[in-house]
Design a protein around this ligand. Structure first.
Ligand code: K3U
Ligand code: ZN
Length: 159
């Protein structure tokens, strides 16, 4: 059974902080696995396509990206949820695109945000394997939105 956590709301200090990197000693731990599991359950319970640890009151650099087709992005790819620990965006494409965003921490508000169309990301898995991959379109948008959360930035700060 997964735990569903409360979600921090706009205005709360936790959402304004720069989150701390996950330490070497935390990889492969029960704690990190349980955090990821609870984040996934919380995202799914709220019908989200992404979530960042500060949104569940944990100021650590962990995000989940889980693109799926939806009314705003009917052509979005369906992907298994990806847990990214200590993600870094290595490259942003020069090409940008406008797209609608929402946020579990900013209920009932959506707006158009300009983001890079393509990003190259490096992250670690829960077991500390290093992954480098490229995302385009909606998944790239989710990655940028979630990494913003790790740096204390909300999508409404970008409009
Ligand atoms: O599924 C959502 C959605 C909203 C607008 C357009 C498309 C989909 C709900 S909002 C959502 O899932 C956020 C989750 C958050 F806040 F925890 F990060 C992720 C997100 C949605 C849309 C664009 C970028 C990120
Ligand atoms: Zn958000």
């Amino acid at each position: 059974m997964s735990i569903i956590l409360p979600v921090a709301q706009r205005g709360e200090e936790i959402l304004k902080l720069k989150a701390a990197s996950v330490a070497e000693s935390e990889f492969s731990s029960e704690w990190l696995q349980q955090l990821a599991s609870a984040m996934h359950a919380t995202m799914s319970a709220r019908n989200g396509v992404g979530i960042a640890a500060p949104q569940v009151y944990i100021s650590k650099r962990v995000i989940i990206v889980a693109s799926r087709p939806n009314p705003r992005y009917p052509d979005a790819p369906e992907m298994d949820a990806v847990v990214m620990v200590n993600p870094e965006i290595l490259e942003f494409s020069q090409e940008t695109c406008l797209g609608e965003e929402g946020c579990l921490s900013v209920p009932n508000e959506r707006s158009q945000v300009k983001r890079a169309q393509v990003v190259k990301v490096r992250y670690k898995t829960l077991t500390c394997d290093v992954v480098e991959t490229v995302y385009e379109g909606f998944p790239a948008r989710i990655v940028q939105h979630e990494v913003d959360h790790l740096n204390g930035v909300l999508f409404v700060d970008r409009t």
